[in-house]
Design a binder for this molecule. Structure first.
Ligand code: ZN
Length: 152
């Protein structure tokens, strides 16, 4: 088996997230809530040579599809990413992520007085700006290090 085959070793069922900017794979895992403690079977390729991106990361998660809110947040850190749904070792669905107008859930507002962070049963919701995201409840803007705001 060549190293190329190793990199693209197939999974029977699940999701392959391709064209992640090099170095962002661990943040993608954080978005998916994968911390290694539970049973998710995950393969990661880091800094794989890529024609389009120079170098890219690839994440494969077995027996799992992504929710729309996970894909929405993913698009913020990996705008070029493609999502491949795998069944029976075949790609049955493939699409690029799209930058959404809003993202809900998954991310936490950085304002500790925000209604979404005070233990109220209110899901966070952010408007997506060109250079960040804005909480629709308290107008707090998060520009840097969006992945630091992923809900645990
Ligand atoms: Zn807020």
């Amino acid at each position: 088996m060549t190293s190329q085959e190793l990199r693209v070793s197939k999974i029977e069922r699940g999701t392959v997230i391709d064209h992640i900017p090099g170095g962002q794979a661990l943040n993608v895992l954080a978005i998916l809530g994968i911390d290694g403690r539970e049973g998710d079977v995950v393969s990661i390729g880091m800094n794989v040579p890529s024609d389009r991106l120079g170098r890219k990361d690839v994440v494969k998660v077995e027996d799992r599809e992504l929710s729309q809110s996970e894909v929405d947040v993913l698009s913020l850190i990996a705008p070029e990413a493609s999502i491949n749904i795998i069944k029976n070792f075949d790609v049955v669905e493939k699409h690029r992520v799209e930058r959404p107008e809003r993202v809900s859930g998954v991310l936490q507002c950085s304002n500790h007085n925000c209604i979404t962070t005070e233990g109220e049963p209110v899901d966070s919701e952010f408007e997506v700006l060109d250079d960040g995201i804005r909480c629709v409840y308290c107008d707090t803007i998060i520009r840097d290090d969006i992945t630091a705001h992923i809900l645990a």
